[in-house]
Design a protein around this ligand. Sequence first.
Ligand code: DAK
Length: 267
Amino acid sequence: MAERLPPYLDGCEDVLTSLDDAHVLTIRINRPKARNALRTQLLKELSEVLGKATHDDAVRAVVLTGGDKVFAAGADITEMADKTPVDVMNDPRAAYWLAIRNFPKPMIGAVNGFCLGGGNELAMHCDVLIAGTSAQFGQPEINLGIIPGAGGTQRLTQMIGKSKAMKLVLSGQFMSANEAERAGLVGEVCEPELTIEKATALAKLIASKPPVAARLAKESVLKASDAMLHEGMAFERRSFTTLFATEDKQEGVSAFMEKRKPTFKGR
Ligand code: DAK
């Protein structure tokens, strides 16, 4: 368990970290009261941990996990309330996402419970996902009057195909762990209490392989799809930013915070 070993990087509050003697770094997202919502500080800490791990030969593979009931519920919606398109353009979060995206070593995601919005986008930055049967995957941003902003429209479509991706992105509905496995989002489904164990075993196996080959294998597999990502990601980012000028985004975010149903007007 991540908490029983000394932290890999001191000073982190939102992520718990530990490095074992098999060269596996475990990172646990830890904001249970806010359903592990990815506030800016959390993304910053995560990018700093991965930054340190990039240059540390003692780290050969990473396990990224959350809690029993939630992997991560997406961006912290309270941080989005007053943001304008210019704020989004200048948002430091984009740099943190880039650091996560550029992490060169194998990263295994261990997912239980809700894996939503930016949480699902984070999971899709992992190289393999192991999911407990309790896991639910979704891109519910549409309910807030926005769209995914960290590559969700692009990676999800590449991974599960247009029709299923459209269903999730347009309806905000969730997908079960078994359906996610059938669709190709998840590598393996297991009982929830075994998720971290299985992810760690896989990470240990990978960590026993030659590190330079593992790194280049990851880079090569990502090349199969990354080349096509750039244009789509830029388009998604512009669309995401534009939506912060709409009344519907204000309404969606306010409704979430006020725990009521939103009324969208198309403005
Ligand atoms: N943000 C902030 N607080 C959240 C939260 C979130 N995403 N999700 C839950 N919470 C808070 C709730 O407000 C509540 O707070 P209190 O009332 O206790 O103060 C507490 O966590 C417990 O929530 P619930 O009572 O709702 O808990 P349940 O177990 O009943 O439901 C849930 C869990 C995860 C199904 C539900 O909380 C939920 O639907 N949450 C929202 C999920 C969502 O809409 N996610 C998408 C967020 S938008 C970007 C890149 C990416 C993104 C943005 C920008 N750039 C590169 C610029 C990503 C955007 C998103 O992810």
